[in-house]
Design a protein around this ligand. Structure first.
Ligand code: ASP
Length: 608
């Protein structure tokens, strides 16, 4: 037997027991004639005491960090206890030991605060995974996985695996493709999600399906994306949107309870996509804090049922506002005493190419009730006051105003809101706020490709009362820039996202389940009959054999873990992640394959 106990297990109750431990050497400390070794395994660390005789042996045959060691001896009470670790009351008085394996000197220290940079740690990920901090993350990941499965199992969901070697399932990204040796010249696509399979399972009658499943998307890796990532993928038959919302609100709350012991009893608030964009400039608003947008001016063609406050800023001869499509303000709490240097710095921040604004206007709402602004040449104090009041600013606050083209300005204001919240410490990682965002637009316009694309995916159903708008109108547009006034722009989908602390953690929709409507949808997206049959003939065919009404949702499992773990990065919660260039630096993948493999596949490289 290699061990009787683990390195995290022994307590005062084990004193005088003879035990055998096995693990990795964390540290070696020599004190005169005796030696202390901290032995580590997955469960913890135990101090080993080597007496004089054994220390002499160690002197001859030195141990090193990360050696694999087995030690037998008696558990004894420590004279100086370590209250920082659960085994800190005892130590193992070693009687015999055996080096089970040696270790090269590790390229970084296997400790919480390691000296290893990102690159080395990824190259030696198997060592990095020994570190407590990384282990904690994987434990949390497993706990989330377990909690989700327990909940779904209790609700009658069945875990059904779906294939990886398939045909394209469009989720808006590029496919990873795999050549087929047995079918020369033909390729499988790896699933961007199991979307079409889970819908087919509904047709087959498995009315509650789930899977914790890998998805593959060949995207440019913007910050914190992975080419392969994991979803908790779910689908239900005979449901309406309301059924899905309550079922999965339940799942997330149950994960909160099991993993973080948080009783999230309040109902998750709901907001339409339009309200989210109007109020926060963002379809996944962080609602842990307010700082909502004050729409001072909007273009006529969007948010048609919302009223802006243009009267507050018009007729002042201030060209920047007069000529802008959109003017939006936010009130930042407690910042009225910002110095010139500070406001200049934020102005530079909004001018960065990623934000893309031309400038920033501010109004200081001073504690003494006066108002000072960068535009007081155009607006007297009364007008400044009315603008400030409209934003909800109080004495001591600082109002920022951005002006420009609609999309860019709205996005920039949202970014500024998040940035200020970050600086002011409003984005507390231990506070969790959920939100449902509903009624997304069904389509988005791709100005470059001059065509409509599905905002969620092509299987999402329009709101029932807007089906006719989709059917009765021709999707084509003469002048691409006028897409906002096309009837398609106003069609809303039966789609929903779950947002946690400003991150989309899940998204789904009620699906189309009638062949005719699905064909109309494909046609609206510019697919002719032939292409529809080539790509989705199987699904259209299945819809002819009694497809039930159905809908579903998928949660981004990696992201959910990262947020619950209080981290920004999903990589920290994946055992073997890829870097920003999509590389596995440990395996050195992707890599070339040998000539024989190309021959077998009948493929010739033509690198440009
Ligand atoms: N398949 C969708 C996605 O990956 C989720 C869903 O509609 O259920 O985003």
């Amino acid at each position: 037997m290699y061990r009787t106990n683990t390195c995290g297990e022994l307590r005062m109750t084990h004193v005088s027991k003879e035990v055998t431990l096995a693990g990795w050497v964390q540290t070696i400390r020599k004190f005169g004639a005796i030696t202390f070794v901290d032995l580590r395994d997955r469960y913890g660390v135990t101090q080993l005491l080597f007496g004089e005789e054994l220390t002499k042996q160690l002197d001859e045959n030195a141990l090193g960090r990360e050696f694999v060691l087995q030690a037998t001896g008696k558990v004894s009470e420590r004279s100086s206890k370590n209250t920082n670790i659960p085994t800190g009351d005892i130590e193992l008085n070693v009687q015999s030991y055996q080096v089970l394996n040696r270790s090269a000197v590790p390229p970084f220290t296997i400790q919480d605060d390691t000296d290893g940079g990102d690159d080395v740690r990824m190259r030696y990920r198997f060592l990095d995974l020994r570190r407590n901090a990384v282990k904690k993350n994987l434990e949390l990941r497993y706990a989330v996985n377990r909690a989700a499965r327990n909940y779904l199992h209790a609700q009658g969901f069945m875990d059904i695996e779906t294939p990886f070697l398939i045909k394209s399932t469009p989720e808006g990204a590029r496919d990873f493709v795999v050549p087929s040796r047995m079918n020369p010249g033909q390729f499988y696509a790896l699933p961007q999600s199991p979307q079409t399979f889970k819908q087919l399972l509904m047709v087959s009658g498995y009315d509650r399906y789930y899977q914790v499943v890998k998805c593959f998307r060949d995207e440019d890796l913007r910050a914190d994306r992975q080419p392969e990532f994991t979803q908790i993928d779910c689908e239900m038959a005979f449901v309406e949107q309301e059924d899905i919302l309550s079922m999965f609100e339940g799942m997330v709350k149950s994960i909160f309870k099991e993993v973080k012991n948080i009783d999230y009893s309040e109902r998750v608030p709901r907001m339409t996509w339009e309200d989210a964009m109007w109020k926060y400039g963002n379809d996944k608003p962080d609602i842990r804090f307010d700082m909502s947008l004050c729409n001072l001016k909007k273009p006529g063609s969007v948010y048609t049922n919302k009223k802006d406050q243009n009267a507050l800023i018009s007729d002042a001869g201030f060209k920047v506002f007069d000529e802008a499509e959109t003017v939006i303000a936010i009130a930042v709490p407690g910042c009225s005493e910002y110095t010139r240097k500070q406001t200049d710095e934020i102005t530079e921040w909004v001018k960065r190419p990623q934000i893309g604004m031309k400038g920033l206007v501010f109004i200081k709402c001073n504690a003494d009730g006066t108002y000072k602004s960068s535009v007081d040449k155009f607006y007297n104090e009364d007008r400044l006051k009315s603008i400030a009041l409209a934003t909800g600013a109080k004495a001591g606050d600082l109002v920022f105003i951005l002006a420009g083209a609609e999309e860019r300005t709205r996005k920039a204001t949202s970014e500024l809101r998040l940035e200020m919240a970050e600086r002011l410490g409003f984005r507390n990682p231990t506070e969790f706020k959920l939100l449902w965002v509903l009624d997304f637009p069904l389509f988005e316009y791709d100005e470059e490709g001059n065509r409509w694309v599905a905002r969620h995916h092509p299987f999402t159903s329009p709101k029932p009362d807007q089906i006719s708008t989709m059917i009765d109108n021709n999707p084509s547009i003469e002048n691409a820039s006028e897409y906002l006034s096309h009837p398609y722009a106003g069609i809303k989908a039966n789609a929903y996202d779950m947002v946690l602390n400003g991150n989309e953690i899940g998204g789904g929709s009620i699906r189309i389940y009638q062949r005719e409507l699905q064909e109309k949808m494909f046609a609206a997206l510019g697919m002719d009959k032939e292409e529809q049959l080539h790509k989705f003939g199987f699904l259209l065919g299945a819809f002819e054999y009694g497809a039930p009404p159905h809908g579903g949702i998928a949660f981004g499992f990696d992201r959910l873990c990262a947020i619950l773990g209080g981290s920004e990065s999903i990589r920290d919660f994946i055992a073997f992640p890829k870097n920003n260039a999509g590389r596995d630096v440990m395996l050195d993948a992707p890599s070339t394959i040998d000539g024989k493999q190309f021959d077998e596949l009948q493929i010739k490289l033509n690198l440009k």
